[in-house]
Design a protein around this ligand. Sequence first.
Ligand code: SAH
Length: 392
Amino acid sequence: MREINTIFLRPGKEKPVLNRHPWIFSGAVSRVDDGAADGSIVSVRDGSGRHIGYGYYNGRSRINVRMLSFGDRFPDRDHLHHLMIVARDKRRSSGVISRTNAWRAVFSEGDFLPGLIADSYDGHLVIQILTLGIERMREDIIGLLAEVFSPSSIYERSDHAGRSIEGLSDRIGQVTGSTPEEIPIVENGLNYIVDVHRGQKTGFFIDQRENRALVAGIAAGRSALNLFSYTGGFSVAALAGGALEAVSIDVSEPALTMARRNAGLNALEDRSAFIAADAFEYLRDNVLPHDLIIIDPPAFAKNKESVPSACRGYKEINLQAIRKCPAGSLILTCSCSRFIGMDLFQKVVFGAASDAGRSVSILYAGQHPADHPVSVFCPETSYLKSLLLHVD
Ligand code: SAH
């Protein structure tokens, strides 16, 4: 018999869990068994003691429990195996795997495995363990990733800021096999190098794959300005799509060095410029001859409390771009803050357009691609919002 500790929900707080939302905030919890250790599996019960499902507990986090299963299904190795098989099948059936060698294999809550990210780069997996609960299952998780995805190697990039809240220190290094520092990938027929050891996150922003294809399709004859360019993904896409030039702006010198190499890999460096600058200052201080502008900043809102200041940041950057761009410009503007929904993001863009006094229409609205599935039970898994704007 398993010894499973229990947490009890306050009366009336069970509805989201019954609706399979995976997060239980501390405010919803009335009592926790004394023996429930941080990181351990607990049975979640409603106010009257009825079992709802299982999750892992961490009293240090505002999210006390992240659910792993509902009803009587215990989240043992077999269950994790099932979730990983389903994750792999989603990537296969959506066709992602056959189109590119850079795809997200496991997307945390989006694959019902809260706290685990795994990205596949040319057959090498780069993983991020974000929570203590997953850390406790580390051995099983790594064994299952190896079994289900048959990677050439597994490398860990658990250097995510959220780990300290969980009581974890960073962990970076080789897990299985040998992962090259630089991995060549092909996305939308274009070549990029991913520095999985030193790059940001797991090395590449895979989630913008379809937006980069969109940019390639609308870039012909335009002058592109790629704000927050990182390693130049959108710049390469724009140039390959026939842009006359692409200017990449980022504060990170290493990112721009890689952006230059990525342009070179695709024989596109002659129409490229790379400027190390703060994107806000750059927009403020320069005239904008560019009629294709990409705005893909880091998440300005890291939590609910920072939403108002994040909105001011999004408004400012969009306002400057909308105000200064030539008539007929296209702007692809993005927010990857999970706390800012599409409605709010659209309101921010409305505010920017209104203050700029320009006529702006939305030509397309998008989100992240199929290898970042959205759980219908957890709207927060839909984090990337993008709008293609036309400015008159
Ligand atoms: N569009 C990129 C991903 C952008 S990630 C792609 O397709 O790959 C966000 C980038 O913004 C990071 O590279 C980070 O270095 C950069 N950044 C953060 N703050 C910035 C600022 N104030 N000005 C310019 N770049 C910034």
